[in-house]
Each structure stands twice: as structure tokens, then as C-alpha cells.
Write a protein that binds this ligand. Sequence first.
Ligand code: PMP
Length: 395
Amino acid sequence: MPTLRQLFLANNAQTTDFPLLLEFERAEGVYMYDKEGKPFIDLISGIGVSNLGHSNPYVINAIKQQVDKYMHLMVYGEYVQTPQVRFAEKLTSILPSGLQSVYFTNSGSEAVEGALKLAKRFTGRQQVIAFHNSYHGSTHGALSVMGNEEFKQAYRPLLPGVSFISFNKTADLSYITNQTACVIVETLQGEAGIRVPDSAYMQALRARCIETGTLLILDEIQAAFGRTGKLFAFEHFGIEPDILLLAKALGGGMPVGAFIASNQIMSALKENPILGHITTFGGHPVCCAAGLAALEFLLNENLINQVAEKEALFKKLLVHPAIKQVRGKGLMLAMELESFDLNKKIIDRCIENGVITDWFLHCSNSMRIAPPLIITPAEIEKACSVILEAIAHYC
Ligand code: PMP
């Protein structure tokens, strides 16, 4: 009889020759448990998804209730489905008045695709500006706006008309012109190793887009829902996007994304031709029910107010001569070490000792620290002691 691991390697498509091969049986709160019942602290939230931790009972209950009513009924946008309507109503109630129309998608990448298409349609322009070291997903359109040659060169030709500028560099804003349909930017760059821009820069970016009639797309697929200590990361900078991208934590552990704009902008999808973006499963009723429950839980439990204190505790504890920097905002942090080699060894030892973490796609010398927002001070202390032990072992 082949083991599950052997079957996984034989029949499930592999994307590297070195998958982690961990096998978990269940997950609850900040912990994931393997077959022997060994607990692992999830310090990365399944890459920014499990903001409320695993198996939140309130979310599970909402999923079960919706499953008993109906699952898929029809492609997106035709029927009045209660979970989609209630979720959009709640989201728009907590967003600025310019973000009142929600298009639900399956994933973050699909939200990126929808937003790029919408910006071209609304402005009638073809040029797109994106950022060096950005990450927006892995479909062709999303790859086209990724700021890393290594990951995209094998897939050319990609979308034409995309150019790249440097994050947080005011001089580059002059590349945004009245030919630019949109600027797509992560409010905080994630896979670049958590880079926080200056407020003055973000305000200048916002102003330049207004001046040139360019739509500003903020990708908060990783950064939203309290991850940075605010409900939405743009709140740190006193700006608002024309199109907001959400996914990951949006579904409370279920797959759903969204691009959100004003009614005026979004209505460009309705004409010449109609059906400007089509998706079968986007806004799946079970995912929307889960997402609504997750958002209610996040707001009712006041989780966001505790994020700054938890950030401070990580920053206080993670001190060692080998740690060059702990960067980021809230619970979206990167711990920088000397090299990938050292980082990888430390990460492997952390995993062995029950703390799951990893590195960033475009920043391999830094360790990701993005636990569920529900992590307690005692759990933070435990996780940091495992990290510091691993550092001490190698340094
Ligand atoms: N944008 C950002 C900032 C992301 O971090 C990600 C996923 N890591 C995406 C877009 C793509 O989302 P998905 O994997 O759901 O397509």
C-alpha cells in the first residue's frame, strides 16, 4: 500500500522538487496538528489567510447553515443570492463611499485580472504601471504586473504596455501620465519582504493618479482585515483607492476574492460588450457566508485593536546579533537575516520544533511572521523562543 506521501508525490502536481511534505490531520486556533498529534504554531496563517486562526466555530457554523440551504446555483451576477448580497452590504458599509460596488471572484489573481480589465475599459487607455518586486498572482495578467523577471521570463509574451517603477520612490511618479490606465500597487509590499511605504509617498502617488486621470488599484490581498493593525492598510496613509483588491482572509478560510470600485467605474463592465468579466464560481454562496461570518467575528471581537501590542511583543523579543531587522506593520512582519542559507536552516529547525514559517518569494533572507491575529502573548513568547533557539543553534 503506498503511503499518502507517496501518492501525493505521484499524483498531485508538484511545483518544486522540495515540497515541505508535512501532513496535518486537523487545525484549531493558531495550531495545526500532525498525525501523531504534535502541535505546530502556524506563524504564517496559510500565507495570510487564517486571520482568525483555524476552525473558527462561528465561521464553521455559517458554512454549515449555508451548505444546508444551497451551494452553487448559477454563474456570478444573475441571481440574487443572499450570502453574496449580505456580504457585499457588510463590506461596503465599512469601506469609503467611493467603494460601493463589489465584484466577487474565486481568488486574488482573478481579482487582479478583473481590476486590470476594468481599468482599461473605464479609462479607454492601455498602459499599466506596476512596481519592482511586486507580487499580484500567477495568472498571465497577474504575472505581467509582477516585478520579478525570474518568475515570469519563461511565460513571455505577457501583457503589452506594462512598465515598472520603484516602490516608495517619488521621482518615479512622473512615469504616470495621461496615457496610464492604472497603477497597481500593494499598499504594503508583501513578497518583497514586507516593505512599508512613507505616507507622503502614498499621498503623492494618489495625487499623481488624480492629476493624470489614472485609476489607483490597491492590492490588499495580503494586507487587509486587520493584518497591519487597521481594518484596511490604506487607512495608515490617509488615501483611498479607485479599485481595491481583496482575497486570502476575505473568505475566513474559504476561497473568495473581490475587486471593489465605485458604481460609476464598475458599470464599465456592463456595456460594449456586456458581461465584461465572467466567472462561474466567483462569490460562491458558501464562501460568501464564511466571509461574512469571519468579518463579523473580526469586528465583534475587537481583534484589530490588539494587533499593535502583539507587533510590539514580537519586536521586543526578536533581538539577537544575527537578526538584522524586524520590518513591517502589525502582524505582517519580516525578520531579516544575513543570507538565504542561514534563513533556510533556521526555518527548517523552527518547523522541526513546532513553529511553521517560511521566506518570501522575492526576499529569501527574511523569515515571514504573520500569525493568526488571535495569537496570544504566551503563544508569541513560545514561537519567539523556538526562533531564538534555532538562531542560537547556528550563530
Ligand atoms: N496579491 C498579493 C499581494 C498576494 O500576496 C497574492 C497571493 N500571495 C495574490 C495577489 C494572488 O492571490 P491568489 O494566490 O489567491 O491568486
